[in-house]
Structures are given as C-alpha cells and as structure tokens.
Ligand binder design. Structure first.
Ligand code: MRU
Length: 359
C-alpha cells in the first residue's frame, strides 16, 4: 500500500510532544487532526469515538499513559502512584476492546522490569512502548490482509460491518485490509457496507476509506444485509473483532451476531479478522466479555436531532457476541484458524504475541 493511500489515524509528533489523532467524528466531511496534549483530552477523544477501533484503542492507551505522566515531577513512589491512577482512568473509558487493556498491561509489565530506573527513564520507556505497539499493529495488519486475501476466493462480493480499515487499526486495517488486498489482487467485485447504526461507522468511515481506495461499494441499511444474502448477492462476510476469547467466541460491533446467524442460514462463509493482540485468553466464553452500554441519545437522536417521541427511552449496547460455532474462520497475522474452537485457539495463540521479526 502506498504511503498516500490512507491517512494515519494517529501519530506521535515528537517535536511538539503531542499525539495527533484524526478526528473520526468529523469524517467523511472534514479531515481534521486533534492535537492531544494531555490525558483528559485523550480520554474525551476515546469516549466520544474520535479515536476508535480495537487495535487503535491499544495504541491510544499507550500514548495516553505517557501523556498522563509526562509532566510529573517528584519522587519515585508518588510517580508510581500517579501511573496507577492514569492507568485506572484509561481503563475506565471503554470496556470491550481488549487491546486497550492489553496495552496497559504491557506498560505495567515494562514497569516491573524498569522499577529501579529513574523516573525520567521510565517515562521514556512508556513512550517507546507506544511507538512499538503502533509499529506492531501496522505490521500485523498487512499480514492479516495477506492471509485473509488468500482465503477470500475470487470474484467475490463481500459484506462488511462497522469500520475495520486503516482508521481502526493502523496499517491497512483488519477485515477491511483483507478487502483492500483482495481488491489489489483482482478478487473483490463489490463491497456491501452495513451503515452500522447508531454511529454509522460503516456509512461514514468504511465508505470513505473504500472511496479513497477506489473500491466499488454500496452502503446498505443494517436490516438489508439478510435480504441481499437471500438474493444470492453476498459471497462472503468479513468483520473485525474487539475481543476473541478462549473458545473462539467474538465480541464485535452490535449487529455482527445477526449477520453471522443470517450468513449461516444462507451458507455464506463468515470470516473474522483480528490481530493476536485482540485475543483474551483469560476469559473462557463470550458471555463473560463486558459489553459497553452507550448513551441512549445515540439511538434517540440522529445527527444531533431527536427523532424519537419525548418520553421514549432506548437501549444502546455497542457490541454483541458471535459464538464460535457461527464463524467459518478467524484470520490473524499468523494465519487462519478454520472453524475455531478452544484447542485451535490455544495452539494458534499459545506462543503469546507474535514478534514483528517473525512476519
Ligand atoms: O465502537 P467502535 O467503532 O470502536 O467499534 C469498532 C468495532 O467494532 C470494530 O469492528 C473492531 O474494533 C475491529 S477494528 C479493526
């Protein structure tokens, strides 16, 4: 992928010591970067989805930790307390995407090894970890794209949900990275883009990325997906993940589960794409994954204007769980897990996170 084929969703501006975040709330109408100088701004950006998508949340969490402690001056013990506080604040932003927690855990592990170092050195190590996680996710995304394109089939019409492109994951993305690579190889004829209510990550972000890449696509209402499957117009469904647990159950954007049910009904392959950093082997099954409940206003309003009657309330889960039994394959940077189950996940992930040198 050429460097100008996409906008970087986040990057560290080392000269000004700020985290630059492409404000995804403004897309597709404006390409505008936020200059994040301090932790409260980052927390706001995460909660309001200016920065979003599982791998990107891990990257943002690491840089956010650095922003939270960068200006601290004082003795080591107070510094370590401050660091705990910052990690707790970031942990409380969004509960489902495990990448955020995995990044924070890596900071804690780094800290264990670096505890004897002076405060300024520990700060440097945390910033370096931010850079490293960003690089790792970029590398993983290109490997996922290649592995996924290998099993996509040729002349395919793909359905996708939410946004899983460069905007969500660095590099070329996960599920949408597969679409990009598949298109470059001449495999992808058309992409059906679920609009992805209520925040429209499909209609706003995925359609924007596909437009930039020149890939033919049509936005459809979420409820139209099963209709197009029934008509025989969808050959494969490819989605991302926010957390994949030991038995292969997957948490992803609300609406993913109903797509998987419909795909099964119509005999359409259902592929999940995610880096190994999205696996959470501490949890056995999907029912144990915390599901983020977002504000009801996101459902009751449209573009800032109320559409529901006064007095009506809404429920707004941001994610759902797709059981492993409905998933044809999970694609990671390491390869493909066909018909995932507990044993296959254990042997695929067993060695821990992949090292970039292995790719
Ligand atoms: O609420 P969001 O927009 O952060 O949800 C994002 C998704 O559900 C994506 O499918 C998932 O994080 C994978 S991104 C490569």
């Amino acid at each position: 992928m050429s460097g100008n084929a996409y906008h970087k969703p986040v990057y560290w501006d080392g000269e000004r010591e700020v985290l630059m975040i492409l404000d995804q709330r403004k897309l597709p109408h404006k390409v505008e970067y936020l200059e994040i100088k301090a932790l409260p701004e980052l927390i706001q950006a995460i909660k309001t989805l200016a920065v979003r998508g599982a791998p990107l949340l891990g990257i943002a969490a690491a840089y956010g930790t650095y922003l939270g402690i960068r200006d601290f001056e004082g003795e080591k013990e107070k510094f370590l307390n401050k660091l705990d506080e910052v990690i707790a604040q970031i942990s409380a932003t969004r509960p489902t995407a495990v990448n955020l927690f995995a990044a924070l855990r890596r900071i804690q592990e780094t800290l264990q090894l670096a505890k004897s170092l002076p405060v300024e050195k520990i700060k440097e190590k945390i910033l370096a970890l931010g850079h490293r996680i960003l690089e790792e996710e970029e590398g993983r995304s290109f490997a996922i794209a290649r592995n996924g394109a290998d099993i996509l089939g040729t002349s395919v019409r793909v359905l996708t949900h939410c946004n899983t492109g460069a905007l969500a994951a660095a590099g070329v993305g996960t599920a949408l990275g597969i679409v990009y690579e598949g298109f470059q190889r001449g495999y992808v004829e058309m992409v059906y883009v679920d609009e992805t209510r209520p925040l429209l990550q499909g209609a706003r972000l995925t359609a924007w990325e596909l437009s930039q890449w020149g890939i033919p696509h049509r936005i459809i209402a979420d409820g139209a997906a099963a209709y197009f499957m029934q008509k025989g117009e969808i050959d494969v469904v490819v989605v991302g993940a926010d957390r994949i647990v030991r038995n292969g159950d997957v948490a992803n954007k609300i609406g993913t589960y109903s797509l998987a049910v419909a795909a099964k009904r119509h005999g359409i392959p259902f592929i999940v794409a995610a880096p190994t950093s999205t696996f959470d082997l501490s949890i056995l099954e999907g029912a144990q994954i915390p599901i983020e409940m977002r504000d009801e206003s996101e459902v009751l309003e449209f573009a800032g204007r109320r559409i529901a009657p006064e007095g009506s309330h809404a429920l707004n889960p941001a994610f759902d769980i797709t059981p492993a039994s409905l998933i044809s394959a999970i694609v990671t940077e390491r390869g493909v897990i066909e018909k995932p189950n507990i044993d296959k996940i254990a042997s695929h992930i067993g060695g821990g996170y992949i090292d970039l040198a292995e790719l």
